[in-house]
Design a protein around this ligand. Structure first.
Ligand SMILES: *Cc1c(COP(=O)(O)O)cnc(C)c1O
Length: 451
């Protein structure tokens, strides 16, 4: 068998797979933050294009991928599915381990799979600029890349502390012509208020969201874009799983275990939903889908399944999801992309219905897995993706005990070339483990909105 299973460009999927078509019970509605009534398209139209608002609630199984989007996907898609044979030998496992390599996109992660269609639909509806927030900078750089290719403008509110600590993501955004500004800014009411009270604030994702939403809501040529959590984001990411399925079929294999790390849930959704769709329709009943999160931010394993706000300030609509409470303050772990208090409503529902199994790992064991991966397979992977690798390694070691030759598929959501300072901290013994204390979780959960 070849090491890399590659598909030709004309096998880039023609449709996204919408798992809402196969859910036995429809998702709980998104609620208005003040009235607690289901939100309507007109509530959302000041900041999102109509096409994405409709995708958010669609129950059509296949949604066509516009040719203009497929044309840009060709730059890096189909991404390789790689057999991790050296890792298998190192682990002495009978399991077959594959990883789907999303680090080949220009920004280096899975995020452009949704950034590109989001830019496309906005452009089509006459929008000239997108505003967004970014923490560590992965989403900001993906949106900067996408808007650049459609000749649009892009404003990224980057959390001030990351802006200072992670300058290279900002450089990428600038290379693609985006404006990247440290949040809070004085450009928005929300930002100016925070700065007035606390001029030295390090900023937060919650504040940056408020700024980007305000920017979009107050400029008619500008919309807002979100890089995870929402249904349309998960939908766009299904190109990952659709390609993986075709790649496995081409070597006559079926996945037994599918693994992804979870921040907001979109890369796990992307790789697993096409497989879960088959399971929901009665095929591959024993399929095991594993969601992997940091034990420092354990929303799926220790949170509650309830309505909550998407942001710290409590301005966004309410989503029914696993949450640690919107005022949960995640500790500064190195997998910046996994520090979110909530999760995708669809992923949450599937965890609640036991179609996805959630596990949590500590960051030192995660970096140990990342190092094992680098020393066997060569690639230096994102700390976020390393969570999935850790779960894959544990699964392969279980196969060594049981003698099962399972087919394990790991979504490798991104490369770690801009995360070397985190690797440095691990090598110099500066990383410590942190389990979020249960009593803090109980405190935040006590502040959930009463719905
Ligand atoms: C953003 C990011 C994640 C987490 O986001 P999801 O929406 O849960 O996929 C994981 N890995 C990488 C490399 C990221 O950039």
């Amino acid at each position: 068998m070849d090491t890399k299973i590659l598909l030709p460009e004309d096998e880039i999927p023609r449709n996204w797979y919408n798992i809402q078509a196969d859910l036995k019970v429809p998702l709980d509605p998104v609620l208005h933050p003040q009235t607690h009534k289901p939100v309507t398209p007109s509530d959302l139209s000041p900041i999102f294009p109509m096409e994405l608002i409709m995708q958010e609630v669609s129950t059509t199984r296949s949604i066509p991928i516009p040719e203009e989007v497929r044309e840009i996907y060709r730059i890096w898609r189909p991404s390789p599915l790689v057999r991790a044979a050296r890792l298998e030998q190192f682990l002495k496992t009978p399991a077959k381990i594959f990883y789907k390599w999303e680090g080949v996109s220009p920004p280096g992660s899975h995020k452009p799979n949704t950034a590109v269609p989001q830019a496309y639909y906005n452009k089509k509806e006459g929008i000239e600029r997108l505003a967004t927030e970014t923490g560590a900078g992965q989403w900001g750089s993906a949106l900067a890349f996408a808007t650049c290719l459609f000749g649009m403008k892009c404003t990224v509110y980057m959390v001030r502390s990351s802006y200072a600590q992670k300058p290279y993501r900002k450089s990428m955004m600038q290379a693609w012509g985006a404006e990247c500004i440290p949040s809070p800014t004085t450009k928005t009411h929300a930002g100016a208020e925070v700065l007035k009270k606390n001029p030295d604030t390090p900023g937060s994702l919650g504040i940056a969201i408020s700024e980007a939403v305000e920017d979009a809501a107050t400029h008619s040529d500008t919309n807002y874009a979100l890089g995870s959590v929402l249904n349309h984001v998960c939908l766009h990411q299904t190109v990952i799983g659709e390609e993986t399925m075709a790649q496995l079929q081409s070597v006559d294999l079926e996945a037994d275990v599918v693994i992804g790390c979870v921040g907001g849930g979109s890369n796990l959704a992307g790789i697993s939903f096409p497989f879960l769709g088959e399971k929901l329709r009665g095929k591959n009943p024993d399929l095991d889908v594993i969601a992997v999160e940091p034990s420092a931010c354990p929303s799926l394993t220790k949170g509650v399944f309830a309505y909550d706000f998407g942001d710290v300030a409590g301005l966004t609509p309410l989503l029914k999801m696993y949450t640690l409470g919107h005022d949960f303050i995640p500790p500064a772990i190195h997998a910046g992309g996994l520090r979110y208090h909530g999760d995708s409503p669809i992923v949450s529902r599937l965890v609640h219905d036991k179609l996805i199994r959630a596990v949590a790992y500590r960051q030192t064991e995660v970096f140990e897995a990342a190092t094992t991966f680098a020393r066997t397979e060569g690639h230096i992977i994102a700390p976020e993706s390393a969570h999935a690798v850790k779960a894959g390694i544990d699964e392969a070691l279980r196969c060594r005990k049981s003698g099962d030759a399972k087919t394990i598929v790991i979504n490798m959501s991104g490369h770690g070339n801009l995360d070397l300072p985190s690797y440095d901290d691990y090598f110099s013994g500066k990383l410590s483990d942190y389990e979020y204390p249960d009593e803090y979780i109980q405190k935040s959960i006590a502040h959930l909105p009463k719905v």
